[in-house]
Write a protein that binds this ligand. Structure first.
Ligand code: IFM
Length: 474
């Protein structure tokens, strides 16, 4: 990492790391917390690899102060974490003071360590009690989300300036409700599309509510959302079937999320692709105005591009880019059969291609295609590899190199004119990787799941050295 040009970084560029409540906290039924959809889903047979659950995770709930100390030692400017709705408002009842107190102590601890708290309100863990009332397919959940946002703001708004409404709504809508590979594990395109629109609405309602609350208290607030955006690359650019499949994936995965937020409209080609589902039935008058409430930043999560073909995959094809616990299911809506044959690139333990130029391309093209976009932050980027522990050292040269190459790609994007203001590595700690359970390690800090011991990996040390070098260069 030290070979990176440390002088290209804009003043105030934020170096951070990210986690999410359900992936690290544990204490799933402690301190007043009740089931989230992930607690419930993980208990279903075959839902999660090895039958793993978020019940204990990496016990961050009890080790929070030590984890903040680790962040301080790494020299992080900012820590991106999420609050658990099921901890803050368990069972869809009234706010839980003990749950809010945990986040209040976390925020105090971060500020004490001079680390900017970067708070995400929804990283996929809906209270199960709300799922039982229809979850995201029920429009009412959007209004409940704004109430939850207000409860968190009331407790933390005096100290937290950076607020993200949603993390990767693509996953919590289509992957959870169409592919069935994430909680709530449903496989109904109609529910997925309803969830997609209701999550957008929830974003807009919460953004407006947070802005009003901050204004009434004369507080500065930075508001945004994080999307997982991709470059959909036609497998054979000369093949019109592959090109159209790439258009559909770009439409469904990128533009259906970006455009209502940024342009106040859904992309017409995708609405047309979805005509058999009558997507517009979910959109009421005034919704798009709410959804396109101004934001101050866009968080971009990017790990790999998507190589898209409109032709059926060969029977023996390498599994696709999503967990394959339920082969045959797909996060696509529509009748096309879209596959992702591997390109000739190195791959991570997730079988995701390593292609840093994709990140550069994405960051640059976002600014060009959407000139009204606010500043960008890379709110997640990182890699899973099968780490092995040799005594007290974890050498993870592949992850260290992945991170270094992607940080270089961010520097190159900035040089090409992209307005990128920060980079958050995913993840601070090894953790519960959703349907993959504890099988996939993304942390720059190793966690021994038997003892909960934390050991910074080589990648953590190199990331810390890079942060220190960029600061020294200013
Ligand atoms: O672990 C996830 C995270 O919760 C959301 N973005 C992708 C990461 C790696 O799969």
């Amino acid at each position: 990492m030290n070979t990176l040009n440390t002088t290209t970084w804009p003043q105030g560029f934020l170096w951070g790391s990210a986690t999410a409540a359900a992936q690290i906290e544990g204490a799933a039924h402690e301190g007043g917390k009740e089931d989230s959809i992930w607690d419930h889903y993980a208990r279903q047979p075959l839902a999660v690899a090895n039958g793993d659950t978020p019940e204990v995770a990496v016990d961050h709930y009890h080790r929070m102060n030590d984890d903040v100390q680790l962040m301080k030692e790494l020299g992080l400017d900012s820590y991106r974490f999420s609050t658990s709705w099921a901890r803050v408002v368990p069972g869809d009842r009234t706010p839980n003071a003990e749950g809010l107190d945990f986040y209040s102590r976390l925020v105090d601890s971060l500020l004490e360590a001079n680390i900017l708290p970067w708070l995400t309100l929804y990283h996929w863990d809906l209270p199960q009690a709300l799922q039982e009332k229809g979850g995201w397919a029920n429009r009412d959940t959007a209004y409940r989300f704004a109430e939850y946002a207000e409860a968190v703001y009331t407790a933390l708004g005096d100290r937290v300036s950076h607020w993200t409404t949603f993390n990767e709504p693509l996953c919590s809508s289509l992957i959870g409700h169409v592919a069935g590979e994430h909680a709530p594990g449903l496989t109904d395109p109609n529910l997925g599309l309803a969830a997609l629109h209701h999550q957008h609405l929830a974003h807009g309602l919460a953004a407006n509510r947070l802005r009003e609350l901050a204004t009434a208290r004369s507080r500065e607030i930075e508001l945004g959302i994080t999307l997982n955006l991709t470059n959909a690359v036609p497998n054979d650019p000369s093949d019109p079937i592959d090109r159209d499949a790439a258009r559909r994936i770009d439409g469904l995965w990128n533009r259906m999320f970006l455009e209502p937020l940024v342009l106040g409209a859904y992309p017409t080609d995708v609405i047309d692709d979805l005509r058999e589902y009558n997507f517009e039935q979910y959109v009421q008058e005034g919704d798009l105005e709410i959804i396109s409430a101004p934001i101050d930043f866009l968080g971009v999560n990017h790990y790999h591009d998507d190589n898209v073909s409109g032709h059926p995959a060969p029977r023996d094809a390498t599994p696709g880019l999503r967990p394959t616990t339920k082969p045959g299911r797909s996060p696509f809506v529509g009748s096309e059969f879209v596959t992702m044959p591997p390109r000739d690139l190195p791959r991570t333990a997730m079988d995701w291609e390593v292609n840093p130029s994709g990140l550069r391309h994405l960051l640059v093209r976002l600014g060009k295609e959407y000139p009204t976009l606010p500043p960008l932050y890379v709110t997640e980027n990182g890699a899973s590899y099968d780490d092995t522990r040799e005594g007290d050292a974890i050498d993870d040269p592949q992850r260290a190199s992945y991170i270094a190459q992607h940080i270089q790609a961010v520097a190159d994007a900035i040089a090409d004119g992209a307005d990128v203001r920060g980079y958050f590595v995913w993840s601070l700690l090894d953790n519960f990787e959703w349907a993959w359970g504890y099988n996939k390690r993304f942390g720059i800090v190793y966690v021994d799941y038997d003892t909960q011991e934390r050991i910074p990996k080589q990648s953590a040390k190199e990331y810390a050295a890079l942060i220190a070098a960029t600061k020294a260069a200013v």
